[in-house]
Design a protein around this ligand. Structure first.
Ligand SMILES: *[C@@H]1O[C@H](CO)[C@@H](O)[C@H](O)[C@H]1NC(C)=O
Ligand SMILES: *[C@@H]1O[C@H](CO)[C@@H](O)[C@H](O)[C@H]1NC(C)=O
Ligand SMILES: *[C@@H]1O[C@H](CO)[C@@H](O)[C@H](O)[C@H]1NC(C)=O
Ligand SMILES: *[C@@H]1O[C@H](CO)[C@@H](O)[C@H](O)[C@H]1NC(C)=O
Ligand SMILES: *[C@@H]1O[C@H](CO)[C@@H](O)[C@H](O)[C@H]1NC(C)=O
Ligand SMILES: *[C@@H]1O[C@H](CO)[C@@H](O)[C@H](O)[C@H]1NC(C)=O
Ligand SMILES: *[C@@H]1O[C@H](CO)[C@@H](O)[C@H](O)[C@H]1NC(C)=O
Ligand SMILES: *[C@@H]1O[C@H](CO)[C@@H](O)[C@H](O)[C@H]1NC(C)=O
Ligand SMILES: *[C@@H]1O[C@H](CO)[C@@H](O)[C@H](O)[C@H]1NC(C)=O
Ligand SMILES: *[C@@H]1O[C@H](CO)[C@@H](O)[C@H](O)[C@H]1NC(C)=O
Ligand SMILES: *[C@@H]1O[C@H](CO)[C@@H](O)[C@H](O)[C@H]1NC(C)=O
Ligand SMILES: *[C@@H]1O[C@H](CO)[C@@H](O)[C@H](O)[C@H]1NC(C)=O
Length: 716
């Protein structure tokens, strides 16, 4: 054994020594590009967010990005998962930022670290830990001392952590770029003169941390020197006003490969051709850095997605939610990257000129050091264009860019896709249809007398739950003074969902949407002559991730009354309310093996409609290593845990305008599973049918042979 160990240690030491020797690549820039180790760089980058996949997935995601011609992996840093309480840090498991960056380094790629620490990103509360809300006098993202203290504290913590691990390029590490703040200009005006002061402060604070690599501020035209302003969007070649100084390079930090999806929304499909057109256009217009947002979107596990955003994230990216290649997107972009890389010398060392080659056609040529590359743009979206470039006559497809790495031969056209399309295949491994394999636990419906927190007003939801749960019970008891016929319960809520119960019987549910968070509902009810218990479960589906003054947003019920046909109305807005934060099953953490016995589980009772029921069963992992997903289409709304890990919220009953659930398949990472006896816990808020939940494996099929098509069990 001993010789083996010695040998191993020698290798490790040698590897570290060689890393150190290659180090001190301070990254700088000029008006053309980032400069690493004295060389201008043309870089393609892809966003992969470490908490949206698992450490077991990272190596293959990064390898597939590298194979796709990506040079840089970009990630945000997710403050709220790292500092759940002030000064208490978590960098374990999916939150192991250092391990993620080191994996990028091990595969020879660069990293871009967008610290924020406000990130938006369809992430709960835009990445802010909820405890910030209770810091006295705090106003987020402005010239406010309490906020600046915590922002600087966390930013410094991350920078110091990266430095102590030697992860900046200036130390021989992979990080070549960092970001401070995020699309601040969208909210800046709301803070008046304090907005501009905050921008200056944030830039200086970041630069003073001395990382040896440049900082960017995205969508911030007044980014103070030396911070680089960058573009986000789908068409930065057309929309970007350019860097705010001639000696800053043109960088696209978010080229949206799709768009996030909200419950009730359809998926946004952006074609490979359109992504390639705009990427090529940005390069033709002097861009030297493009990051695809997202290259792999992944999964919003647990309660991490922001208001009304679905659990699957940017599934339409070049790598889909499961990390499988989405073709032709991945392959077409890979070709584009290779062709553009072949133009590196003229692009980075040459001089650009542009000239018209037709009414809707434009040529961009880069010449220098005896090299020449050209990008010929046909902006006619309907017709081919035959253009004359130098001595050649060339035909360009509608809305396309032809690339000529030698100014002679058109080796690539953004609208000509040679990569084969593939389709995702879902194969059912098991249907959970055996009644006796399940047990259920009906959540108690608390009434006023059961509550310990009381108030003479309707409390704001987030301030009451502190976001430890999606759920807040609002309850009261009352007796009508005189006869109240055909009573109607009127509820107004600032978001997001409300389930109403009269005397412990479910009556109705209502909800808002991503664009209109609040809603109201009028529910016909029946009342006893005596005392009645009214219990309303107000549910949040993630905290808002954007907008100015995020610290003073409201959610939960804001008006409740009961109207009787006698034209009398009982107003409960300022009545005595009782509150319960979280469900009993959540408080007892009954999704954990060790707590299962804290409640009484019984056989599934199919004879009644139910709401708020916990279900449990066990299952064996599907053989092989294809990704695994639960099909929840028979359920309505709730959360799922597998072996104590939350795989996220599901909401199947909220349909899109076309009448479909926004998401039916929910990813269960392989690393969450053991071969047998996996514990599945489902919390269903409404009246779903667990007997039709199924376990599936996911793969892709190419349409190379018609035979394989016939064998496909189910296509999506
Ligand atoms: C962050 O603040 C805590 C006190 O709340 C302090 O102990 C710690 O040193 C600070 N860290 C940095 C990097 O400023
Ligand atoms: C790189 O930058 C760091 C921090 O600014 C500085 O301490 C170091 O001397 C620089 N190294 C080189 C090789 O310029
Ligand atoms: C890049 O250039 C090399 C050398 O000219 C050539 O062999 C290769 O095919 C080119 N690749 C692409 C994608 O154009
Ligand atoms: C691109 O850079 C060149 C200098 O090489 C400059 O003359 C030209 O105006 C720039 N073009 C655009 C679209 O910014
Ligand atoms: C062409 O170049 C000129 C001068 O460099 C620049 O002002 C103009 O914006 C460019 N036109 C296009 C369509 O890129
Ligand atoms: C193409 O035309 C549209 C208008 O039809 C315009 O908005 C866009 O900027 C043009 N793009 C290019 C690259 O010329
Ligand atoms: C457009 O150009 C392509 C490539 O040259 C060619 O295959 C196609 O037939 C042309 N389409 C039309 C309508 O002329
Ligand atoms: C939050 O709750 C506390 C009491 O717990 C109260 O003093 C404070 O005013 C509330 N803030 C908001 C914004 O509702
Ligand atoms: C109302 O709730 C109280 C306390 O849980 C309970 O004792 C009472 O029976 C309930 N009344 C009705 C009508 O359900
Ligand atoms: C019910 O009685 C209370 C006081 O006893 C009174 O304030 C209220 O207006 C009455 N409500 C209705 C709808 O009659
Ligand atoms: C409830 O009380 C608040 C403050 O005490 C008051 O401003 C509001 O008008 C009352 N609302 C109703 C519906 O009575
Ligand atoms: C269950 O709910 C459905 C629809 O709300 C209703 O039609 C049905 O009668 C209910 N069944 C029971 C057993 O309550």
């Amino acid at each position: 054994m001993k010789p083996v160990w010695w040998w191993w240690i020698c290798i490790v030491v040698a590897a570290q020594a060689s890393t150190a020797k290659a180090g001190e690549n301070n990254v700088t820039y000029d008006g053309r590009s980032l400069i690493i180790n004295g060389e201008r760089k043309l870089l393609f980058s892809g966003s992969i967010h470490y908490p949206r996949s698992t450490p077991q997935m990272w190596p293959s995601l990064i390898a597939k990005a590298k194979e796709g011609g990506v040079d840089v992996i970009q990630t945000y840093v997710f403050w709220n998962v790292h500092e759940p309480q002030p000064g208490q840090y978590d960098f374990s498991g999916r939150y192991d930022l250092v391990r993620f960056i080191k994996e990028i380094q091990a595969q020879g790629l660069y990293a871009c670290l967008r610290i924020g620490p406000f990130i938006e990103s369809e992430w709960n509360y835009g990445g802010f830990p909820f405890w910030l809300h209770d810091v006295p006098g705090i106003v987020y993202r402005t010239d406010n001392e309490p906020f600046k203290f915590y922002m600087q504290n966390f930013t410094t913590k991350i920078v110091n952590m990266m430095k102590s691990e030697g992860l900046y390029a200036s130390q021989g590490g992979p990080i070549i770029l960092s970001q401070i703040e995020n699309e601040y200009q969208n909210v800046e005006a709301a803070f008046h003169e304090k907005g501009a002061a905050y921008v200056k402060w944030a830039a200086k604070m970041a630069v003073d941390l001395g990382t040896g690599v440049p900082w960017v501020m995205c969508k911030q035209t007044d980014a103070p020197d030396p911070v680089i302003n960058t573009c986000n969007g789908m068409r930065c070649g057309e929309t970007f006003g350019g860097p705010n100084s001639p000696n800053k390079p043109s960088i696209w930090t978010e080229d949206w490969t799709s768009f996030y999806q909200a419950y009730g929304g359809e998926p946004y499909i952006r074609s490979a051709e359109d992504i390639a057109f705009h990427a090529a256009l940005f390069i033709a217009k002097n861009g030297s850095y493009i990051n695809y947002y997202m290259y792999h979107g992944g999964t919003n596990f647990g309660r991490t997605s922001s208001a009304y955003v679905i659990t699957s994230y940017y599934d339409q990216a070049p790598l889909d939610e499961y990390g499988l290649l989405r073709q032709p997107k991945w392959g077409h972009l890979k070709e584009l990257h290779a062709v553009i890389k072949n133009c590196s010398t003229p692009l980075l060392q040459g001089v650009q000129s542009n000239f018209s080659i037709g009414p809707l056609q434009q040529a961009y040529a880069f010449e220098g050091r005896g090299t020449c590359a050209a990008f010929l743009v046909n902006n006619d979206s309907r017709r081919n264009a035959t253009v004359q470039f130098r001595d050649n006559s060339l035909e360009l497809l509608p809305r396309s860019i032809g690339i000529l790495p030698d100014c002679q031969n058109m080796v690539f056209n953004t609208a000509k896709v040679s990569t084969m399309t593939n389709k995702r295949v879902t194969t059912v491994d098991k249907v959970f249809d055996a009644v006796d394999s399940w047990k259920e636990f009906k959540e108690d419906i608390p009434s006023f007398l059961d509550t310990s927190l009381q108030s003479n007003s309707l409390l704001e939801q987030m301030n009451t739950t502190k976001d430890v749960s999606d759920y807040l019970w609002y309850t009261f008891s009352f007796q009508p003074n005189s006869s109240c016929s055909e009573p109607v319960l009127h509820i107004e809520s600032l978001g997001h969902v409300a389930h109403s119960y009269i005397n412990s019987i479910f009556v109705e549910t209502g909800h808002g949407s991503h664009d209109t968070k609040g809603f109201s509902m009028d529910v016909p009810i029946s009342l006893n002559d005596g005392l009645n218990n009214v219990s309303i479960l107000s549910v949040m589906v993630g905290l808002q991730d954007s907008g100015a003054y995020l610290e003073s947003k409201y959610a939960g019920l804001n008006k409740v009354n009961i109207q009787c046909s006698e034209s009398s109305t009982y107003d409960f807005t300022n009545y005595t309310w009782g509150y319960q934060v979280a469900l009993k099953g959540e408080t007892l953490e009954i999704y954990k093996e060790e707590n299962l016995e804290k409640v009484e589980w019984s056989e599934i009772d199919e004879s009644t409609n139910k709401s708020l029921t916990w279900y449990k069963t066990t299952f064996d992992a599907p053989v092989g290593d294809d990704p695994v997903a639960l099909n929840m289409s028979s359920m309505q709304k709730g959360q799922v845990w597998v072996n104590e890990q939350s795989i996220g919220r599901y909401w199947v009953s909220f349909h899109t305008p076309k009448g479909n659930p926004s998401q039916t398949l929910y990813h269960v990472p392989r690393s969450f599973l053991k071969p047998t006896g996996n514990l599945l816990i489902v919390l269903e808020e409404l009246n779903g049918d667990p007997l039709q939940i199924s376990l599936n494996t996911i793969s892709v099929a190419n349409f190379s042979s018609p035979n394989s098509y016939n064998q496909l069990p189910q296509l999506i």
